[in-house]
Design a binder for this molecule. Sequence first.
Ligand code: RTP
Ligand code: MG
Length: 137
Amino acid sequence: MTERTLVLIKPDGVQRGLTGEILRRIEAKAYVIAQLTKSDAAPDQLAAHYAEHEGKPFYQPLVDFMLSGPIVAAVVEGNDVIKGFRSLAGQTDPTTAAPGTIRGDLGRDWGEKVQKNLVHGSDSVESAEREISIWFG
Ligand code: RTP
Ligand code: MG
């Protein structure tokens, strides 16, 4: 079924100059980049985006990390793209994410409190619609 997902290139990806490489992988998979913006995240956007993680030990380091530099947000479309992009991204922990994935090929542990893992992808149709409205209104 045709779906939309919300992809964020996190500050580590933008800062390391990996925006093009990450978008290339999305397009090489023949998904469609329907909308694309670069901006500094606002604290209220992050509070809404990460509401499910509030209270977890990694919440504040994660929010601080997401405020540390510009991010790129994209609406990506295609059949089963929610599952498909998470497969392209790889497992959350970049140390063990499979080679061939964005996190596995390009990410690693930097010895910091937060897992800098380059990208975010929505995890369900409901999350995708909620997150697209946060970042694209
Ligand atoms: P995402 O939401 O960014 O696509 O990643 P995910 O579903 O794979 O991971 P999730 O569990 O939703 O966690 C959101 C982000 O929080 C950071 N995190 N750090 N134990 C830790 O240090 C830890 N756990 C999660 C990661 O940046 C993760 O992507
Ligand atoms: Mg998640």
